[in-house]
Design a protein around this ligand. Sequence first.
Ligand SMILES: [Fe+2]
Ligand SMILES: [Fe+2]
Length: 279
Amino acid sequence: MSELKVTVLVENTVGISVGLLSEWGLSMLLDFGDERILFDTGEQGSLLANAQAMGIDLKQINRVVLSHGHYDHTGGLLKFLQLHGSVPIYAHAELFVDHYGCGVHGQGNKYLGVPFRQELLESVGAEFHWCRQPLELRPGLWLSGEVPRRTAFERVDERLIQIRQGHTVQDSVPDDFSLFFVSQQGLIILLGCAHAGLVNIVEYAKQVTGEQRVRALIGGTHLGPASKEQQEKTVEYLKSLNLSCLAPNHCTGPAMSSRLASEFPHQFAWANAGHTLEF
Ligand SMILES: [Fe+2]
Ligand SMILES: [Fe+2]
């Protein structure tokens, strides 16, 4: 029996041929054997059809964790709740802050936040547990809490903004959470969009858990839209980690994913919709 099985329910692309749907977003199922945790819900609710196509019963999910309040990680939540009913949901206290994007797809200010009101989600079973500090969800599994931004080269995406009292300010996405699992062979780190910076997140995972060995990185790295400097310094950092699994997806983008696949030929794993990683 494995310690953890990660199944990608929703991703920008589809990885296996059983009739899955793709959408811009991310949703992953973490199966610990005695508990199933849903990490993010994708954008439009394709997690329902994809789970069914893969023979996964979403009603068996015990808890939900939301990585941050962007629409492409929270947009499937309403349909999931309508299927599942009451469920504890762990997220940052400012999940519902007004996230915007400026100049995304050449458009003006575009709302990128949670596409539902908190009251609507609660009326169909959402039981929110708000946090800002690291929280041990089960033995060895940590919700990161707010990740300190320490590196100089990891800058937040300039297109991300908030509008406060009519003024546009940079959105550092303080609600960006990751999951840290201390497995027998080191840390397995699950990322939503890594808006806090991949290196910041990995270093904080070591600090929070006390485990220095990093075994696997899975999820959105946001390296696709990052500066050349950030991309290069992050690749150098990843080379120092002695990873056994590197499974970037979502906002890593195809160009950066291809680069990482060639830089880490023995560690790289695809993590598109339908793919499963077992540890
Ligand atoms: Fe995202
Ligand atoms: Fe995001």
